[in-house]
Design a protein around this ligand. Sequence first.
Ligand code: C2E
Ligand code: MG
Ligand code: MG
Length: 577
Amino acid sequence: MTHNLLKVLFVEDSEDDALLLLEALHTEYPNIFHDRVDSARTLGEALAREKWDVIICDHNLPDLDATSALRICQERCEDIPFIIVSGLISEELAASVMMNGASDTISKARIARLVPAIRRELHNKSAIHQLSDAREKINRIAYRDQLTGLPNREFLAMQVNALLNGAAPPPNLVVLAINISRFLQIQGALGIEAANITLQMIAERIQNCIGDSGLTARLGGDRFAVMLPGNLNNGAIIEKIRAIKQNSVQPLMISGHELFLNCNIGISVYPRDGRDFHELFVNAETAMRTARTEKRCNYLFFDSSMNSVDKEHLMLEHGLHRAIQEEEFLLHYQPQFDLRSGKLVGVEALLRWNSPAGLIPPAKFIPLLEETRLILPVGEWVMRKACEQNKAWQDAGLLPVPVAVNLSAIQFQQTDLIPMVRRILNETGLPARFLELEITENIAMHNEELIIATLTELRAIGVNLAIDDFGTGYSSLSYLNRFPVQKLKIDRAFVKDITDVKQECSIAKAIISLAHNLNLGIIAEGVETDIQASVLRESGCEEVQGFLYSPPMSPEKVEIFLANGAFDAENFGALIA
Ligand code: C2E
Ligand code: MG
Ligand code: MG
């Protein structure tokens, strides 16, 4: 027995019959709100006025028959139980109204069936509601990305495939694969929470650009995808992409830090680049990965030749895991000289991968080491190996000079960097002043306070610090006098720019005078010509490193320089032959 209010609408021409039915319901449902109608018009009005729990309909009314009443109810609000109670109803008619969606037909002679029928219908209705609530919840979880609220990969795939397999597939459809440049570093520097906020803000920015013209989804991590249906030509696609890029490069304020982000975008177009979501998306991602290595634009249309590049990428990644186990890495060293005296002043350790397929240059595998975070164990190996080697050279009585080791941003953010440096110096016995760490300018972009603290601790240990590839980063120069570094390395792009002795204002010159003003040491890398060397010398550059003097070499060959202690132009060829 239930005391909940039951709202019953009688479709019945006789007031007495309605009262009789109320009686029949009373024991089970003492709280009944009811109304009685007897025409199509009054039925329509009653449905508009109230949310009924059950409709009990007589079969033969002067102005309305049960089948029409049922249709009216279904048009208005489809899921109210509709029970026909009638004196005379043929088996055929009962079957026909049930087929049309009536919940039950009950003969007045067997009115005791009414209550169980209502109970059953109400129970079914609530079960159906629960089911559809659950289904909606499942849809929300199954098809939404929880962090950004955007649709997820499954939903996007479903929509794209539904469009392409539909009755009128669009003549053309674009899939964009988007990721954020250097997202791993940002996550490493700022932590998961700030990284999540970053993702939410980027999601919003992409979504703002796309709006209703397409569908934006997050596929996990920093990977997003967009579907643009409709007949877009390349110009219109590029316009959209420019909008996304422009929006996403606007600085973001995250936990008090100003972040400059960039994104890489790969584009694939139906039907040329794929016939379903899977093919289109895989190809868009391939284009995105290729775009990531493009310095200039960061977006590319898919082109089938990219697949071979992608395969190479996979092979490399596989190979790197093996390289660590099989000890296929080695270090080469490039000497650094004083530009005036020609004296050897240091060596830079540069990682080489001696893979079964030959020697692979760092530009190809270092980004992959960073992506997979394998740079952490490999970077530690590099530092240990370089320190061991330098100590061995000094123990052998060769000229003691610092060895420079490159630090990736990811290593710089690892929490145990300081203990690791201490440990390596201790274990190898190399005095700290003979280790120099090269960090790139982009490290300086995030979390300045933390970076200053780390650099200060490193200085306290006694190691030297240099900023590598100086001038190519995005950050402002204001950090320079706050960072306890000793040296700037002019990026070789600016050295390459020096083509003429009379060239008045090169960027290299500007960097040299900046370093002098800040009391920092300065070294130019990538020096290849005599003209470059003499312009650098005249501009006051102190040290050089480059093919003009020596390429990076095996430890055995570097020993000849260390024994000699200086650059010897005449014997140069003989020394490195
Ligand atoms: P980098 O630290 O700026 O190293 C200098 C690069 O310039 C080296 O390239 C070197 O071979 C090249 N180079 C030197 N002199 C000349 C020249 O006169 N002309 C030209 N065109 N190039 C010259 P490499 O060895 O291919 O290394 C490339 C980059 O890979 C390095 O740039 C560094 O950023 C990274 N790298 C190398 N070893 C390591 C490492 O152990 N750890 C990390 N994190 N990065 C490394
Ligand atoms: Mg370097
Ligand atoms: Mg460099």
